[in-house]
Write a protein that binds this ligand. Structure first.
Ligand code: ADP
Ligand code: MG
Length: 796
């Protein structure tokens, strides 16, 4: 034991002298000076004191004050100072992979080290972490997976959960688990960090844990709402009848002033859009009125106009534009690049900032541009609190963000641009005042802002809960509804029931909500007379970090020896759509995709495209292949990496022979693949109703549904199959299906759902409901006879 202590002491001393040497070097001193200028530094002692005296501490502070980069370092440094450095293990979670990566890199630079030494990161599929890593930045999902293997987080001394104000589902879930863990690990410290001031909710959740606030400083930001912006352009948006003593409704109207100040950039399209928006509909109190104003329709022109205005100004400083999502950013970027002034790279440095950008692009965002060059960053709400761009002086805010939500009644997930909250708008505005007084342009009227919700609804209250429920089960956290009732804010009972019901239908849970032991595949194996000693369990699904339906496909693929193409299908569904459709080359792109689409299946089209890419890649011609076929090379590479990850997970789960190292279970029996895909995607099924010239689609819950235009099935006027199974439906205006595969009656009957799981009745009801609903008597008859056959088989 004494020898052990000596080793610990020696290693810790080593760490200490290394840091001292760095801090005395010229660059190290400069870096230290910068770090000391951050507001967090002034609170260092108070913070460390609170952390050492309390098991849970909640820290709040303005974005950019140094929470993420400094506080984990303070802890690490104090441990190193007290010569316990090698004993400490700090895990700091981030809601997004990109922030885990960029923050860890920054902290390593601040410590004069390479990434992967003392400081590391781990995100899905990527990581830099060594034997000596004591401070690890990871995504929340990674920590959750670690908890699966190690319920007590052995060896971890500090857990820091960052950006808790975002109220992501994983973070809320993690907090319930950590709350349970704390009494079991009294020496573990939990630190929660938030960019907003509403820390009380968290404090009372953790039994009145102390809150420390880091006072920040921001310069005043001059705020312009749409009416002010329009005034600059020569329009005026005036309150009309605003003071009404006679009980009249308050309304708004738009006057056109003399066009003296109007700039040519503001085209007549803007005028039309403004007129169409009809400001008379705005009432300051009505939430409804929010939906009639769509900043996207005129936003691009206004943004272009404002950017030109800013670029003509003397004041230096970067511009940060908050956009709705990745697609908006890329189309605005194209538009601006074609602009005579904004596209001039000697005057303007135009960058994008979103969750899936490449790391080289990331670095440019933090760099100061050359003299005379204006940096313009088009960002999603990622730049609201997780990424701080230092030199921003101007902010343009379109007021919307893509938000995943969930309609519990129809059991349909939606991804819609929605208005941000007041807190988000304030955060966005605050980005402009970090280095000097700034300007913020909100592209919506003040009355719309007044009608924003104060805070955004937490994700756990607005998204489907299936994966969450499966995770609860696999972590052995007891009853799903009891567990979720202990959340910071509990989801609706109906949403929980829907999720549990779904898991039962797909056979991952049994009637008592336990993970299935005799899973449905066990039944299949009996039917197909295969030898399999280990009954398949729902447990396997939880070892695969993906949606249950995708896990099911892989498991069945492994059993039927057709894993290779299914790895591609599943990986493909986990990355962004690899088929590109550039606006100006739509026809060519569609023609390119058509070569792959002979199977009436988006999933199999991807398999064919991937196979082609793989062949080309072997001849080092992967890029040309992608270019020619309108495929994203990045997505292809991601698919390749994911395939390998999934394969090794299957190997860990003993679902494939552990002696094989490559995925070589080839099979191109398209019918079999169709069946396995159907098995995975059920109950995502819709009926194909043919009429004279074309066909329409119906599901039981939604009635008529549509296909996304890039689906291979959207192009044919006839599909020689009666059903489509689909991966996802999304409600935009109508309900749209994404990624579908056509299947026959018999495939649906045999592979759809849980006929052989014992729960024949539930399944019968469901399928029978479908058949009745769509009136396919022939199929119903066929089903009855098949059912009889199968039941006999099972009995024998
Ligand atoms: P918080 O988490 O409180 O929002 P951070 O710790 O992320 O703040 O950032 C603190 C400061 O460190 C920021 O104001 C910024 O100036 C600087 N900073 C953070 N990341 C980088 C980076 N990658 N490059 C340069 N400076 C950075
Ligand atoms: Mg931060």
């Amino acid at each position: 034991k004494a020898a052990m202590e000596k080793v610990i002491w020696r290693r810790s001393m080593q760490m200490r002298s290394q840091q001292q040497a760095w801090q005395e070097s010229p660059e190290g001193r400069k870096m230290l000076e910068f770090r000391r200028s951050l507001p967090a530094y002034k609170e260092k002692n108070a913070l460390l004191m609170a952390i050492s005296n309390n098991q849970v501490v909640i820290i709040s502070g303005e974005t950019g004050c140094g929470k993420t980069t400094q506080i984990p370092q303070f802890i690490l440094e104090s441990e190193i100072e007290s010569v316990r450095g090698v004993l400490c293990s700090i895990i700091c979670t981030q809601p997004r992979r990109i922030s885990a990566m960029s923050v860890s890199e920054r902290v390593a630079v601040e410590r004069g080290e390479k990434l992967g030494e003392t400081v590391g990161y781990k995100v899905r599929l990527e990581g830099m972490k060594g034997r000596d890593t004591h401070l690890l930045f990871c995504t929340t999902g990674i920590l959750l997976r670690r908890l699966l293997a190690d319920r007590n987080l052995k060896g971890v001394t500090y857990v820091i959960v960052d950006e808790i104000h975002e109220r992501g589902m994983n973070e809320d879930f993690l907090l319930i688990i950590l709350k349970d863990l704390l009494p079991r690990r009294p020496e573990l410290r939990l630190i929660l960090m938030s960019a907003t001031l509403d820390a009380e909710l968290f404090s009372s959740y953790f039994g009145g844990a102390p809150m420390v606030h880091i006072p920040g400083f921001t310069y005043p930001v001059h705020t312009h709402f749409l009416e002010n912006v329009l005034e600059m352009t020569g329009y005026q948006l005036t309150p009309y009848n605003q003071i009404d003593d006679y009980g009249q409704e308050k309304t708004w109207k738009m006057n056109k002033q003399a066009p003296r100040k109007r700039k040519s950039q503001l085209t007549s399209a803007v005028e039309d859009a403004l007129r169409a928006a009809d400001f008379k509909n705005f009432g300051p109190e009505t939430q409804e009125s929010l939906s009639c104003w769509n900043p996207d329709s005129i936003g691009f022109n206004l943004i272009e106009y404002l950017l030109c205005n800013i670029c003509e100004k003397e004041t230096p400083g970067a511009v940060l534009v908050f956009m709705t999502g990745w697609d908006d950013i890329s189309s605005l970027k194209d538009k601006l690049q074609a602009h005579p002034m904004l596209g001039d790279t000697s005057r303007v440095l135009l960058l994008a900032c979103h969750g899936s950008m490449a790391s080289a692009e990331q670095k440019l965002i933090f760099d100061e541009p050359e003299d005379g060059v204006r940096k313009i960053v088009l960002a999603t709400n990622i730049a609201e609190t997780s990424i701080t761009i230092n030199d921003v002086v101007f902010v343009i805010d379109c007021g919307k963000a893509k938000e995943s939500s969930y309609d519990a009644l129809n059991n349909t997930p939606c991804l819609l641009p929605s208005w941000i909250s007041k807190v988000s708008a304030q955060q966005r505005r605050g980005r402009a005042g970090r280095v000097q007084p700034g300007e913020c342009y909100h592209l919506y009227p003040r009355c719309v802002y007044e009608a924003f919700a104060d805070y955004q609804l937490p994700e756990i209250l607005r998204t489907p809960l299936q994966s969450l429920c499966l995770q609860i089960k696999s972590l052995k956290l007891g009853s799903i509804s009891e567990f979720l009732s202990r959340a910071l804010q509990s989801p609706e009972l109906l949403a929980v029931q829907n999720a549990i019901e779904y898991l039962k239908v797909i056979g991952a849970l049994d009637e008592d909500e336990n993970l299935t032991v005799l899973g449905e595949v066990y039944g299949f194996l009996r039917i197909f007379n295969l030898m399999w000693s280990d009954p398949l369990t729902g447990r396997y699904l939880t070892m695969l970090p993906m949606e249950p339906k995708l896990g099911k496909m892989l498991i069945l693929g492994a059993i039927f020896n057709c894993l290779d193409p299914l790895l591609t299908v599943v990986a493909g569904l986990s990355v962004r759509d690899p088929f590109l459709t550039p606006m100006d080359k739509k026809d060519l792109a569609e023609a390119a995709k058509a070569q792959f689409s002979r199977d009436y299946s988006d999933h199999l089209a991807l398999v064919r495209a991937y196979e082609g890419w793989k062949d080309a890649e072997r001849d080092l011609a992967g890029y040309e292949y992608c270019w020619k076929n309108f495929l994203s090379a990045q997505s292809m590479k991601a698919i390749d990496a994911l395939r390998r990850e999934f394969y090794s997970l299957l190997r860990d789960a003993d679902l494939v022979d552990s002696t094989t190292t490559t995925c070589d279970s080839w099979s191109y029996d398209v019918h079999l693949l169709r069946a396995v895909i159907c098995y995975g995607l059920y109950p995502g099924i819709c009926s194909v109703v043919h009429n004279e010239k074309s066909f329409s689609l119906k599901t039981m819950e939604d009635g008529q549904v549509l296909l996304y235009s890039n689906s291979v099935n959207a192009r044919d006027s006839k599909i020689p199959y009666p059903w489509l199974v689909f991966n996802e439906k999304i409600k935009v205006n109508s309900v749209f299906l994404r990624d579908s595969t056509a299947v026959s009656d018999s495939v649906l009957l045999l592979f759809g759902g849980s006929i052989l799981r014992g729960d024949t009745d539930g399944h019968l009801k469901m399928l029978g409901g479908y058949l009745e609903f769509f009136m396919k008597p022939a199929t119903a008859e066929m089903y009855q006879s098949l059912r009889k056959e199968l039941e006999e088989l099972i009995q024998n």
